[in-house]
Design a binder for this molecule. Structure first.
Ligand code: SF4
Length: 501
């Protein structure tokens, strides 16, 4: 059945444009802990692929978590790279990009499927690859990775990755590597630093852009380009806010337009605050003039004006998606969001005026100090808004993240979140389509966002048990965390028992 995995890879490869085939002494399996369609939509993943392959001494080949893990486990499929169909266990380095907390399960699964022990303490450096990690999770709290990673690059990795590769290429023993990597400012080496993280790196080499185009993702054949990086705003729950992430850095409009390759049909403008680019309307219009479809990764409601929505319509928009953030005006203030009632009303009018099918609004519930009154206000407001245009609400439970002002806020509780969702659903029946994400998995995310090595180890346990939600409940209970203990203890240092208070 291993043939099946090969067939899928070969089929996908035959439809890709831009894959890099080369040979070099330092071999890296750049592995994404989610399936192909997710990994290939990650601009960070594509950028590191280009950076690594741009080095004379290095070749990077891609691998992904299989689409159907249970099947892959049953068939004992190896995890193969897309470029040369070699098992990732044969590479000197496996580099993993981790986007968010709940992807830790994918990290464990992909390594173990490949025959590489997920726990660093169970690996033999003479036989197993060096495990390097990085990715968006490092902006908030990567400490749950402590027992799995040999080293972690913190923050924007385009520059640091070269120092790391130079070090890996020139050191001999595993211990020497760890010592040398631990001396690099933006590299966190858990066995050397314990849970004290290294500083987050910032890179000024904008923009990141797609290396490989493929029809096999949700963003099919879309050329992704970073129109800005970071954000100038200060929303209190967000790790991308200006104080954490070095502020907003723009890609000049001409550079964006010049980088779009011949043959692209769609262009995705990526960034934390794309609609804050001062030239955004011109950029979208110019791309539409060239007959290209356009997608933006984020639209702030206070930025949406008539010419902007007209440009988006020309670029192929049929659904206008923006953020309502919190259920009530009071909570939106608390989040330091600039979205006001009048902005959201204007968005609804613009959606209608430009014949959009739907206005989709994202918001969080389970926010600190939220009560049923806030939910009632949401129902009243959205009901009124639904008279202006067709509406959908994308609702996610609030999860408190480190490196934000709302860090350490307790979890609202699965029952509370589900109760409020039910209230919204009932109150808005026939008026707005309510599409929530899971409250249960948000709790898992919360435990990891606030936890450390010990919580990471519990995920290892849960994966062993079957990776269902009930398995996480069991695994967390075993370390004294229940959903009722709303405030999990900060990591107590599996790695440094002596420091436990
Ligand atoms: S939520 Fe969006 S607008 Fe607010 S700080 Fe984060 S990236 Fe910026």
């Amino acid at each position: 059945m291993a043939h099946h995995a090969r067939d899928i890879i070969q089929q996908r490869r035959s439809r890709e444009r831009g894959a890099i085939l080369k040979s070099a002494p330092l071999q890296v399996a750049l592995t994404y802990p989610s399936p192909y369609n997710v990994g290939m939509s990650s601009l960070g993943f594509q950028t590191i692929y280009r950076e690594l392959n741009g080095r004379e001494d290095t070749v990077a080949e891609r691998a992904f978590l299989p689409d159907d893990i249970a099947q892959a486990q049953q068939d004992r499929d190896p995890v193969l790279t897309y470029e040369s169909l070699r098992p990732i266990g044969d590479f000197a380095v496996v580099a993993l990009s981790v986007a968010y907390e709940n992807e830790l399960a994918g990290v464990i699964q992909v390594l173990e499927l490949a025959g590489i022990p997920a726990l660093a303490s169970e690996r033999d450096p003479r036989r197993h690859p060096f495990i390097l990690m990085g990715g968006p999770l490092t902006f908030s709290n990567p400490t749950p990775l402590a027992l799995f990673a040999d080293a972690v690059i913190m923050g924007e990795a385009e520059d640091v990755i070269h120092t790391v590769m130079d070090t890996l290429g020139t050191t001999q023993t595993h211990a020497q590597r760890l010592d040398a990597l631990a001396a690099i400012v933006h590299v966190w080496v858990p066995t050397r630093h314990n849970e004290t993280l290294a500083a987050i790196a910032k890179c000024e080499r904008l923009p990141a852009f797609s290396q490989i185009l493929t029809p096999d993702t949700e963003l099919a054949d879309m050329f992704l380009i970073e129109s800005e990086r970071g954000c100038s705003r200060s929303c209190t729950y967000c790790v991308m806010r200006r104080s954490t992430n070095g502020g907003m850095r723009l890609t000049p409009a001409d550079d964006i337009l010049a980088l779009v390759p011949e043959g692209a049909k769609k262009v995705g403008l990526v960034g934390a605050a794309v609609s804050d680019h001062p030239k955004i309307v011109d950029i979208v219009n110019t791309l539409a003039d060239r007959g290209l479809g356009v997608g933006l990764s984020s639209l702030r409601p206070d930025r949406l004006t008539d010419p902007f929505v007209a440009a988006l319509k020309r670029g192929g928009y049929r659904t206008l998606t923006t953020a309502m953030d919190g259920p009530s005006a009071r909570l939106r203030m608390q989040l330091e969001r600039r979205a006001k009632v009048e902005h959201l009303e204007r968005c609804a009018d613009l959606a209608r005026a430009h014949a959009m099918k739907t206005l989709k609004l994202y918001l969080m519930i389970g926010l600190p100090s939220e009560t049923d009154e806030d939910i009632e206000e949401c129902i009243t407001f959205v009901t009124a808004l639904s008279k202006r245009t067709s509406l959908a609400l994308g609702i996610a439970p609030f999860v408190s993240k480190r490196n934000t002002p709302l860090d350490k806020h307790p979890w609202a509780g699965i029952k509370v979140v589900e109760g409020r969702l039910e209230r919204l659903r009932k109150g808005l029946r026939g008026r707005a389509d309510v599409r929530p994400t899971s409250a249960r998995w948000a709790w898992v995310e919360y435990v990891l966002a606030q936890g450390g090595a010990r919580e990471g180890l519990a995920v290892h346990h849960a994966v062993r048990l079957g990776n269902r939600f009930a398995d996480y409940v069991t695994a967390f209970e075993a370390i004294g965390i229940t959903e009722q203990s709303k405030r999990p203890r900060r990591a107590l240092g599996v790695l440094r028992d002596e420091s436990t208070p």
